[in-house]
Design a protein around this ligand. Structure first.
Ligand code: ZN
Length: 291
């Protein structure tokens, strides 16, 4: 195993101007990669970002690393089960401010998550040793925040930007148009590092974000061309049929997840007026009007 992917072992990331440590959780898996990263930020007074699943061993490890120091805030990027449920366990020992957005309806959400108050896009949270900006980045899910550690120009990207893979977009709560708008918003920021919830910290933010944006646009184009081909043969297609064509480069065990993101693309294309859906079958809008 690579030495920087050992669960519970802290890894220093960034320039060191503000101390940031990545601590990998014990939840490696097909959807979590090596596992969820928790981050410890600061030296004498800390903040914790994404406590991870309700895994008492991981939370005990975080408490060991906190080692009695004051924790001024827990930041939570979103409320999927691999990010937020550990918050309640940690909070029972810390009693600190909990910063994030309440869970929306939907599967895979953590109903136990309770932020301290309502937080808004653009707010700046002043901790003793650093300032964190709150950036609402809907797309993967509607209640996703990225957090900008201003002094380091380090963006904690949660599941909005991952290392080594692309995030799934999960309709109806997730939304491809919002996802692309969120990426565009991030492109306007001066960034030095991207610190994802899964994988390593990345140091070429502009390049990574542009590659991700292009990947989504290519997938949208491919979606449209597969729908077009099948519509020319007068075939309206199910999501599963389209996935086989659009995601022909994805291993079959990941296809159910690819179908969710494909649905997000199709919903966007339908809003754009390019495709239509009838009885859960998709075809080109113009092929329908020619009937
Ligand atoms: Zn997620």
């Amino acid at each position: 195993m690579q030495t920087d992917f050992i669960a519970g072992q802290p890894v220093d990331v960034g320039s060191g101007g503000i101390k940031v440590q990545r601590v990998l959780g014990r939840n490696a898996g097909p959807m979590t990669g090596p596992g969820t990263n928790s981050y410890l930020i600061g030296e004498r007074r800390l903040a914790i970002l994404d406590p991870g699943p309700a895994d008492s061993q991981h939370i005990d490890r975080l408490l060991e690393l906190i080692d009695g120091r004051e924790v001024e805030a827990i930041f939570v990027t979103h409320t999927h089960g691999d990010h937020s449920p550990g918050t309640a366990l940690l909070q029972s020992k810390l009693n600190t401010e909990i910063i994030g957005l309440a869970p929306p309806q939907g599967s895979g959400q953590d109903p136990s998550f309770r932020p301290t108050r309502l937080y808004e896009h653009g707010e700046r949270i002043h901790c003793s040793e650093f300032t964190m900006s709150l950036l609402h980045t809907p797309g993967h899910v509607s209640n996703h925040f990225c957090f900008l550690l201003e002094e380091e120009q380090m963006l904690f990207t949660g599941d909005h930007i991952l290392e080594g893979t692309t995030p799934v977009i999960l309709p109806p709560d997730g939304n491809m148009r919002h996802y692309l708008d969120s990426l565009k918003m991030l492109q306007s920021l001066p960034l030095r590092y991207l610190a994802p919830a899964h994988g390593r910290v990345m140091d070429k933010p502009a390049q990574v974000i542009e590659t991700l944006r292009r990947h989504r646009m290519r997938r949208e184009q491919k979606t449209l061309s597969v729908v077009t081909q099948r519509s020319l043969m007068s075939v309206a297609s199910s999501l599963q049929e389209l996935a086989l064509g659009v995601y022909d480069d994805v291993p079959s065990h990941l296809l159910p997840w690819a179908e969710r993101t494909l649905l997000a693309h199709l919903i966007k294309l339908a809003e754009d007026g390019a495709v239509v859906c009838q009885n859960e079958r998709w075809q080109l809008a113009e092929s329908l009007s020619n009937d």
